[in-house]
Design a protein around this ligand. Structure first.
Ligand code: FAD
Length: 380
């Protein structure tokens, strides 16, 4: 027997909590389903040396400021504590641990009958509450803890569960360790080793700097990194987000916002550069059992290869909805899937940052309120 709401929010990270906050504020009937054991979204899994000072700033969720915390506090402690307080403060209906396995279009016959009965009595729920009926096409959200039916879905499942690892010839022959930032717990375990770090993003640079203090490191990136001497201004931020927006509007893969912003030269980066830690090589051509090799004859022995090669959106559970176009991407209009105003992807593409997730959550909630309760005035 499935439970019924207007909106199911999937995921309780920054994007899901922002959406839930605004949906609740706008009077919609919702539930948040989150796969984690506790509050914190992906932040609870970040490596322990990622302190608040080393993040690019975690923006306040709407309506409750981040409490003061020391710069040296691990983000994996501070952010989950804040999210837990946020859920309590606004009494958000978060159910966990609940993993969504599939979302399907599902005409709900029992609900349809119920609705026609109400309509016949001239007292449909829409008339009572301003709620619009979607009798023909609803969503069934199948989870590790039973099913839900809903008029709309806000997907906020982030990327952390899908680190991307490219394939190279001979990879399966490599006898060393291969890991991603998801597996990284600190540099100590690499003491005295030879480690190849792959990737041109902020995570690669940060982990490289740490590991280089205890190990021999080699940094490889597909393209030469683009360094930014000055921090990002709001106009540049908007321009970068607009590039990712263009990609998703055209149904291309979103890439990452950092991919278009370049790497900011922090004092820490300057110091790593001075230690020659950031001397970069192009990506190797193949693995050998003991390391990595280039076609020009270069070889680097490696005990470990750390793939800091980005993440992909965790959207497998939406596959039954057939949202992807022929090129494999999902065409978006703002925060909703093009042609499907009842499926919103927040924290996706241009909104894959804490500030972007905040805004996307609000935009999705306002759009759904207008769509599902067209008769009712929006509260201020
Ligand atoms: P998440 O925080 O990943 O939350 C997703 C939630 O969905 C999780 O709780 C997950 O368990 C749940 N979930 C996933 N699949 C399912 C499912 N099938 N069923 C139920 N629940 C599910 N942004 C910044 O603005 N500043 C920074 O400093 C910054 N640093 C970053 C550092 C790293 C290492 C990384 C990887 C990202 C960083 N970002 C930063 C990006 C930022 O963390 C995210 O874009 C932002 O927090 C939005 O997160 P989210 O809500 O989309 O996802």
């Amino acid at each position: 027997m499935s439970r019924d709401v207007e909106v199911v929010v999937i995921g309780a990270g920054q994007a899901g909590l922002s959406a839930a906050h605004h949906l609740a504020r706008l009077g919609l009937d919702l539930v948040v389903l989150d796969a984690e054991e506790r509050a914190g979204g992906a932040w609870q899994h970040r490596w322990p040396s990622l302190t608040l000072a080393r993040t690019h700033h975690v923006h306040d969720l709407p309506g409750l400021p981040f409490p003061p915390a020391g710069d040296d506090v691990p983000a994996a402690d501070a952010v989950p504590a804040y999210f837990a307080e946020y859920e309590r403060h606004f009494a958000l209906p978060v159910h966990r641990p609940v993993r969504v396995r599939a979302v399907r279009r599902a005409p709900d016959d029992s609900r349809r009958e119920h609705r026609s009965e109400l309509c016949a009595r001239g007292a449909d729920r829409g008339a009572e509450s301003g709620r619009r009926a979607w009798p023909d096409d609803r969503f069934r959200v199948e989870t590790s803890d039973g099913d839900w039916t809903a008029d709309a879905v806000v997907n906020a499942t982030g990327t952390w569960t899908r680190p991307f690892v490219p394939r190279y010839p001979g990879q399966e022959l490599f006898r060393g360790r291969q890991l991603t930032p998801v597996d990284y717990r600190g540099a100590a375990e690499f003491a005295g080793q030879s480690v190849v770090v792959v990737g041109g993003g902020a995570s690669a640079v940060q982990l490289l700097g740490e590991i280089a203090e205890v190990a021999d490191t080699t940094w490889v990136t597909r393209r030469p990194p683009v360094w930014r001497e000055a921090p990002f201004g709001p106009d540049e931020g908007r321009a970068a987000v607009a590039l990712v927006e263009d990609a998703v509007r055209e149904g291309r893969s979103p890439g990452s916002v950092v991919g278009v912003t370049g790497l900011v030269v922090t004092p820490w980066v300057r110091e790593a550069r001075a230690r020659s830690v950031l001397a970069r090589l192009p990506v190797f051509d193949r693995f050998t059992p003991d390391g990595v090799a280039w076609d020009d004859g270069r070889f680097v022995r490696a005990d470990a290869v750390l793939w800091a090669t980005g993440f992909r959106a965790a959207l497998g559970h939406l596959a039954p909805l057939g949202l992807r176009g022929p090129g494999g991407g999902i065409r978006m209009e703002g925060t909703h899937v093009a042609g499907e105003p009842r499926v919103h992807l927040v924290g996706y593409g241009p909104s894959a940052s804490t500030v972007g997730a905040n805004r996307a959550g609000r935009e999705a909630a306002v759009a759904l309120r207008r769509l599902l309760r067209p008769e009712a005035a929006l509260p201020r």
